[in-house]
Write a protein that binds this ligand. Structure first.
Ligand SMILES: [Zn+2]
Length: 357
């Protein structure tokens, strides 16, 4: 039997505050998502079962940030990075949509759950364990672990630790638990080249894997070719050209009364895109490839979601489905609401993309 090929992996960390941790007095506090409890004695969660609806509390929209650490050794990735990983590392992760905290509104971030597990540490024998499930009561990586690896070899480019650590040395419940996530050095090199930012690797002094081998370099070169246009991080910008095309497409003439009515009704100030949406004549049709088009209503019939992050429904079809936009986001993402499933779907990162794909 042929040995499975192994790659050199290194643990990564995100320099920013985590999107799925609510308060960060220490590094890991209250998780946004609720995990199933595995053990009723110590309350240890089922750390391998990702909650069905995965919430994030703070969306990050910094330029170039596309890979962030998530809870339990998972990652948040952009749509572009998801597509790249599906090409280069097929079947190495499961991907789940994420939702704005306590809503059914999807965000642009994907949760990538690595399928490959590695062991990067072992809790010392003298650490107290739960008498029922045998999980350690605490597992600080600095003092309560026999060893702790930041670099290792695995048969995949993405892996997460099956073992866990706690920030607290006396009780994992004071704070929360974490697991390391690993990327291959060749994949990290590729992500750096294509400017997919948001994560850091170990400082050079701490690393054994200092530079790429010939085989790793070759893989990076071939992969860049393989991903084609995805190597370019096309940043979305609201330009006057895009606004003009959008206005032209929907034959928009300024309707200042509609803008005032919108601002009064939803208590938000209209940005450049919103002003145009307000000025589209009622009755105008929007085709998003469905059987029947969506028809824009008069501003006075628009409806807003009762969620903290408000979406405004402005176009409806004959079945009761509607199109919504997010008026507080400068790009005005476009959402679809399915009246049967009562689910929201993010269909365009900006409504302008309806005209400028
Ligand atoms: Zn237990």
């Amino acid at each position: 039997m042929k040995d499975q090929q192994h790659f050199r992996l290194t643990a990564i960390c995100s320099s920013d505050r985590r999107m799925d941790i609510l308060d960060t007095r220490r590094m890991l506090d209250t998780p946004v998502n609720t995990y199933e409890v595995c053990c009723t004695t110590c309350g240890f969660p089922n750390i391998d079962k990702t909650p069905d609806t995965y919430f994030i509390a703070k969306g990050r929209d910094f330029s170039g940030i596309e890979v962030m650490e998530a809870d339990m050794g998972n990652l948040f990735v952009s749509n572009r990075v998801k597509k790249i990983l599906e090409i280069l590392c097929p079947d190495q992760c499961e991907y789940k949509r994420t939702f704005i905290y306590q809503t059914g509104i999807p965000t642009k971030w994907w949760l990538a759950i690595p399928n490959t597990m590695v062991i990067n540490g072992e809790v010392k024998k003298n650490i107290k364990r739960c008498t029922t499930c045998n999980q350690p009561m605490h597992a600080h990586p600095g003092t309560q672990y026999k060893f702790w690896l930041h670099e290792l070899a695995a048969p995949a480019d993405i892996a997460k630790a099956s073992n866990w650590y706690s920030m607290d040395e006396d009780d994992w419940k004071t704070g929360w638990i974490g697991r390391d996530v690993f990327l291959s050095v060749r994949l990290i090199s590729l992500l750096k080249i294509i400017s997919a930012k948001g994560f850091e690797k170990l400082s050079l002094g701490e690393r054994k894997y200092k530079s790429l081998t010939k085989a790793e370099k070759d893989w990076v070169e071939q992969s860049i070719v393989k991903i084609g246009n995805l190597k370019d991080n096309v940043k979305f910008e609201v330009t006057s050209d895009k606004l003009d095309k959008f206005k032209h497409h929907f034959s928009v003439t300024n309707m200042p009364e509609a803008i005032i009515a919108f601002e009064k009704k939803f208590k938000v100030s209209a940005n450049e895109i919103t002003k145009i949406i307000c000025s589209i004549k009622s009755g105008t049709q929007i085709d998003i490839g469905f059987d029947s088009p969506f028809v824009i209503e008069d501003v006075k019939n628009w409806e807003s979601t009762k969620t903290k992050t408000k979406l405004v429904a402005f176009a409806f079809d004959e079945f009761g489905n509607n199109l919504l936009f997010s008026p507080t986001d400068k790009n005005c993402p476009l959402y679809f609401y399915d009246h049967e499933t009562m689910l929201y779907d993010l269909i365009q990162l900006s409504i302008l993309n309806l005209i400028n794909p």
